[in-house]
Design a protein around this ligand. Structure first.
Ligand SMILES: [Zn+2]
Length: 47
């Protein structure tokens, strides 16, 4: 069995590098965009 480590800095679609942009540093709202395919992922604290 292989443990799949999810690296938030790697694009889940193409495996390219992700660049992140902090939109709201008070709420730690961050948007990740892939430099390869352009996919955008937004993360929010689950609190
Ligand atoms: Zn990508």
């Amino acid at each position: 069995m292989h443990a799949r480590a999810v690296d938030p800095r790697v694009c889940p679609t193409c495996g390219g590098a992700l660049a992140f942009e902090i939109l709201d540093d008070e709420r730690f709202f961050v948007v990740w965009s892939c430099v390869e395919c352009g996919v955008i992922r937004a993360t929010e604290p689950s609190a």
